[in-house]
Write a new protein. Structure first.
Length: 90
């Protein structure tokens, strides 16, 4: 367990490109995968227990969280343990 949140996998760079609209479909609800974006990278949080049903501490999956990650108690360090599935495009 890393950072006390049950993450043990290593990052793997993905090559898929996501628009904001495409990312929004990965909201973790109704069987959808849960993806988040931070600083242009898209991460898979589908199997992270704290992201149950696409929500974590009042934040929803399927969004660019670049502006809010700094306020999280764990900061950006937790991202090092998530799988990168692609990049966020404008």
């Amino acid at each position: 367990m890393i950072l006390g949140i049950g993450l043990t996998s290593c990052s793997t760079a993905g090559t898929e490109k996501f628009t904001v609209a495409q990312l929004a479909t990965y909201d973790g609800k109704n069987g959808n995968k849960a993806y988040i974006a931070v600083s242009g990278k898209v991460y898979d949080v589908t199997n992270v227990g704290e992201w149950n049903n696409g929500s974590h501490q009042g934040v929803s999956a399927g969004m660019d969280l670049t502006q809010v990650i700094g306020d999280a108690p764990h900061g950006k360090l937790v991202l090092d343990n998530l799988k990168i599935v692609g990049t966020l495009t404008k």
